[in-house]
Design a protein around this ligand. Structure first.
Ligand code: SF4
Ligand code: MG
Length: 326
């Protein structure tokens, strides 16, 4: 992704949901995208999928997938890619599963549509996928409806459906937020195992750095639709450089135990994306702005630097950060 910008028109004004976002995701790796509600995480991925409404939104930049720019790709191309080369898992499995069809039939249908498989071959593939995601007695369970599955089982079923065509890219938007802690851990383990087998790239959207710590290779921290820190998971979790990331890390009960509720990591509330603060968008909430000089922080927007590797967007010097980091 290069310089992605997404604006929406609403009755209240223009929402600047994403502003100048760039990142890469390599095959076989997971990028964790972290931020509070309203930080533009989900919007970014709807744009990747071509699911934004062209009537009310303006999207610019480049989203290159396997050498092809998806922004501006014809609708038919996006329809062919979605569910096939690029698949998604949402927080609520019932977003992807219809209550009126059996779980097996829904998975088989995705395979038939994209692969042109026969009914029986698609059914066998559905049973195989349910088995791979750890559904016991998959042949029997394939004939059941989503309401007959527990929450964790339903999320396993949506993972089976997302992976049925061996996608090169899987986008998982808060895939474990609705699940209890034990089931969360199982689902994250499952995603890791499946990634090892298939080599898919995964974009994992979450508000939970614990989930990132246990699952991702790289992490991108977002605030108000901007990337404010990025690096490997080790770099960002062990040597966080941006004051907002310090706040996020400070709010974590434990790196090993994912939280089930959205915590407020820093005093104050995330800014309205209609009136994003000038300069560093975090400055109204940042305790360290006086150090950099308040006029500096509310002046020009800080860019991510250095351009490669572990980078962050903050005016404090490395020395200042070392002195004040909690
Ligand atoms: Fe805080 Fe200023 Fe750094 Fe923004 S640029 S995080 S306001 S010190
Ligand atoms: Mg979201």
């Amino acid at each position: 992704m290069r310089d992605l910008t997404v604006d929406f028109h609403t009755e209240d004004g223009v929402v600047h949901a994403v502003d100048g976002l760039s990142f890469d995701v390599e095959r076989g790796t997971t990028l964790g995208v972290v931020g509070e509600s309203g930080s533009g995480k989900s919007v970014t991925n709807l744009a990747v999928l071509g699911l934004h409404d062209p009537q009310t939104s303006r999207v610019s930049g480049r989203i290159v997938f396997q050498g092809r720019d998806l922004l501006g790709a014809p609708r038919s191309t996006m329809e062919r890619l979605r569910g096939n080369e690029i698949a998604m898992i949402f927080q609520d499995p019932l977003t992807s599963l219809s209550p009126y069809h059996t779980v097996g039939a829904q998975i088989a249908e995705v395979y038939r549509r994209h692969r042109g498989a026969s009914r029986s071959a698609a059914w066998e593939r559905a049973v195989e996928m349910l088995d791979r995601v750890g559904i016991p007695q998959p042949r029997t369970r394939a004939r059941e409806f989503p309401h007959q599955f527990s929450g964790g089982m339903r999320q396993r079923a949506t993972i089976a459906m997302a992976l049925v065509c061996d996608p090169a890219l899987l986008i998982a938007d808060e895939p474990t937020t609705a699940l209890d802690v034990t089931v969360q851990a199982q689902i994250l383990d499952l995603l890791r195992d499946l990634q090892e087998q298939t080599g898919s790239a995964i974009i994992l959207i979450t508000h939970d750095l614990g989930v990132v710590a246990s699952t991702a290779h790289h992490v991108l921290v977002m605030y108000a639709g901007r990337a404010i820190e990025r690096g490997t998971v080790r770099e960002v979790l062990h040597d966080p450089r941006h004051p907002y990331t310090w706040g996020l890390l400070g709010s974590m009960p434990s790196l090993r135990r994912p939280v089930t509720e959205e915590l407020v990591p820093v005093r104050g509330t995330p800014p309205s994306l209609i009136n994003v603060p000038p300069g560093c968008p975090f400055h109204p909430r940042c305790d360290f702005a006086p150090l950099a000089g308040p006029r500096v922080c509310s002046g020009e927007r800080p860019e991510l630097s250095p351009p490669r590797g572990h980078s962050d967007a903050c005016y404090l010097t490395s020395k200042q950060k070392q002195e004040v980091r909690p």
